[in-house]
Design a protein around this ligand. Structure first.
Ligand SMILES: Nc1ncnc2c1ncn2[C@@H]1O[C@H](COP(=O)(O)OP(=O)(O)OP(=O)(O)O)[C@@H](O)[C@H]1O
Length: 311
């Protein structure tokens, strides 16, 4: 049996003030995958990651990292994971090279086995090796954090909102590096608010909301859950009568909205009808259709639907 990279079992966390941040969460992250942990603000993502890193103590349940229980085999569990924190924390008086050397020292890595320059090159910071960290841009600081998390060559890298405040080009570079790491065998767990990034990068995605796991599926399965489609019709004349739009809504469509004087947006479920059905319904009321656009649901729609239902 191949062991999971991370195994989480009935994990609960209630903070001292009574706030229940995790409510009986169980799931596995498989070895070698890119796993996305999504959820709205305050869902419990950071709490979960902080429990794995040992920064927050759990209330009940269990978790193991690379087969090592976080309570019983704390040292090995910690050695198996590298965490890129949400907040930028670093010592402004160290250079990037020194920062990595300090971390390597903390992990007891021999000087001959350190990979300081290799890591800096990987995150495109080799030309800044000897600059003061305080002179680095926000994006550079974040990339330095990724390098710091990889100093002890852990088999799992966890990135908690790694691209918040990072511009598009740097985000792209960061993801390229993350994908390279993954290809070399590193299991990746990331939390992000950028659903598009999760959709492009992740093999599987878990969604948590109010401390509960509400979905865990492969990315295509999750996107496939979106059975809603939107068709926007431009008609030959103004949709003057309010009753026209309302009656479209009666035709088993999920929503019919007048979005412009001559434009009608209809949302329907692909299992119930199709764009042809929508157009027939409009034509039946005496309108000619001048233009049609359709939009497929994406991960964002699924995410909103699931979190709305669970609210
Ligand atoms: N130290 C704490 N004491 C009390 N409540 C806390 C503490 N840390 C977090 N919480 C609460 O627990 C819940 C989960 O927070 P958490 O930071 O894990 O969510 P999150 O999904 O990471 O959100 P975000 O995306 O905003 O970081 C929130 O309601 C939060 O206010």
């Amino acid at each position: 049996m191949t062991e999971a990279a991370i195994s989480i079992n009935q994990l609960c966390k209630t903070y001292e003030d009574g706030k229940k941040a995790l409510d009986n969460v169980s799931f596995d992250v498989r070895r070698g995958e890119i796993f996305g942990l999504l959820g709205p603000n305050g869902a419990g993502k950071s709490t979960l990651i902080n429990i794995l890193s040992g920064m927050v103590s759990k209330t009940s349940g269990s978790a193991s990292i690379w087969g090592f229980d976080i309570d019983q085999d704390h040292r090995n569990a910690k050695a198996s994971i590298g965490i890129v924190p949400q907040e930028i924390v670093f010592d402004p008086f160290f250079t990037p090279a020194e920062s990595l050397e300090v971390v390597a020292g903390l992990y007891g890595i021999k000087k001959s086995e350190r990979r300081t320059m290799e890591l800096l090159r990987a995150v495109h910071l080799d030309d800044k090796a000897d600059a003061y960290s305080r002179t680095l841009s926000g994006g550079m600081k974040r990339r330095l954090l990724v390098a710091k998390a990889m100093v002890h060559s852990p088999p799992i890298l966890v990135l908690d909102e790694p691209t918040a405040g990072v511009d598009i080009e740097l985000r792209q570079q960061l993801w390229e590096y993350v994908e390279e790491l993954n290809k070399s065998g590193v299991t990746i767990v990331l939390t992000t608010h950028y659903l598009e990034e999760a959709e492009n990068l992740c093999d599987r995605i878990a969604i948590i909301n109010h401390g509960q796991l509400i979905a865990l599926k492969t990315t295509p399965e999750l996107v496939g859950m979106a059975r809603e489609k939107l068709v926007e019709l431009t008609l030959d004349r103004d949709i003057s009568e309010e009753s026209d739009a309302v009656s479209f809504a009666d035709d088993q469509f999920l929503k019919a909205e007048v979005v412009g004087p001559r434009t009608l947006a209809v949302t329907y479920n692909m299992d119930q009808t199709n764009a042809g059905g929508v157009m027939r319904s409009v034509q039946k009321r005496g309108y000619e259709i001048v233009d049609v656009t359709t939009r497929e649901a994406d991960l964002e729609d699924v995410f909103l639907n699931l979190t709305r239902k669970a609210a």
